[in-house]
Design a protein around this ligand. Structure first.
Ligand code: ADP
Ligand code: DP6
Ligand code: CO
Length: 323
């Protein structure tokens, strides 16, 4: 029996599309910031007595496709460790589930960590990153803290994350604006598949990302939060253009998403530098340097309500222990 705690991450240069659905090999590299405030804790216990895997999230029994995704990851672990026992999985999300706040990232990193440890597999962090990837692409990056790059690679061996700066030594932070924390209607998995298959703009996306990856790494090396934020904001808008331009078109934005984006632009026009990014959900994350925290926070709180804001700083990599 083992437990792992993994934090979520928010991409500054997004992963949006797979080359291989089965192995979860992405079309492009991506780069993210792991956050301290949002995480998943998962305990895995293999037990000969069980007839099937039992999966609980936040005290609720999981069934259907969500439970099957967990079993698929456990099957990989069982195969590698010659185990046949089914598992009891008890997971707690300290992040809204399936709302565009990257619950699948922390969830599958934690599951990979706990399951491999409970099965006695001795995986190094690269091995863990590759295993987490099989559950959800964004989970590849949640093995590491701080700023993390997922190198797309082209097969199971070569697609994994590498830490860019685990201990972030400059002032980048994010405020998550919780606009709607209910479960999204279109999963990230389905949404990106639709974009790849039907958006006429998708063929430009790999070029956009290749350019942004070079630029964002340069900006990180220079510890230039404004440059990082500007690249992230533009990259996010271009990702969301791939949903609007799919057939049928769709969007993860709602009216308050647009409102939050307008507030960020207005703050910037008034000399308070901050930038937005959105994932597959309506919730907005605002990127800024900690010297601007009070100004950004108070303005967002005035216009949207302090109860909807979470201040997040760079978070740590995965922790795993035996119970
Ligand atoms: P998000 O934006 O939250 O990452 P996704 O659509 O990518 O949304 O993934 C949400 C899915 O991830 C859930 O529907 C569920 O299948 C899976 N998931 C989330 N949390 C957990 C957990 N703690 N354990 C197992 N699976 C989870
Ligand atoms: C917009 O990793 O949730 O958050 O691999 O199908 O599980 P699957 O999708 P997921 O997609 C994340 C998309 C994103 C961008 C990102 O995190 O890079
Ligand atoms: Co996800």
């Amino acid at each position: 029996m083992a437990t792992a705690k993994a934090h979520t991450n928010i991409a500054l240069v997004k992963y949006w599309g797979k080359k291989d659905q089965e192995l979860i090999i992405p079309q492009t590299d991506s780069l993210s910031l792991t956050l301290d405030e949002f995480y998943t804790t998962t305990t895995v216990d293999f037990d000969q007595e069980l007839a099937s895997d039992q999966v609980m999230i936040n005290g609720q029994q999981l069934g259907g496709p969500a439970a099957r995704k967990v079993t698929r990851l456990l099957d990989i672990v069982r195969q590698r460790s010659d185990l046949t026992a089914r598992a009891r999985v008890d997971s707690h999300n300290h992040v809204p589930t399936a709302a565009g706040l990257a619950s699948s990232a922390s969830a599958f990193a934690a599951l990979a960590g706990a399951a491999s440890q409970a099965a006695g597999l001795q995986l190094d962090r690269r091995g863990l990153s590759r295993l987490a990837r099989r559950g959800s692409g964004s989970a590849t990056r949640s093995v590491y803290g701080g700023l993390v790059e997922w190198q797309a690679g082209n097969d199971d061996q070569t697609s994994y994350a590498v830490p860019i700066m685990e201990e972030v030594d400059f002032g980048i932070e994010m405020i998550a604006i919780l606009i709607d924390t209910r479960q999204k209607k279109i999963s990230s998995r389905f949404g990106m598949q639709q974009s790849v298959a039907t958006s006429p703009y998708y063929r430009l996306w790999p070029e956009v990302v290749a350019h942004d990856m070079v630029a964002v790494k340069k900006a990180i090396a220079a510890r230039d939060v404004d440059q990082i934020g500007a690249i992230a904001e533009e990259n996010a808008l271009r990702m969301h253009a791939l949903t609007l331009s799919a057939a049928p078109g769709f969007t993860y934005f709602d009216s308050d998403t647009l409102k939050a984006m307008a507030i960020v632009r207005e703050l910037r026009a008034n000399g308070i530098n901050c930038y937005f990014t959105m994932d597959a959900g309506p919730n907005v994350k605002v990127i800024y340097d900690r010297v601007n925290r009070e100004a950004v926070y108070s303005s967002l709180a005035d216009q949207l309500g302090a109860d909807r804001l979470v201040v997040a700083k760079p978070g740590p990599g995965i922790k795993i222990w035996n119970d």
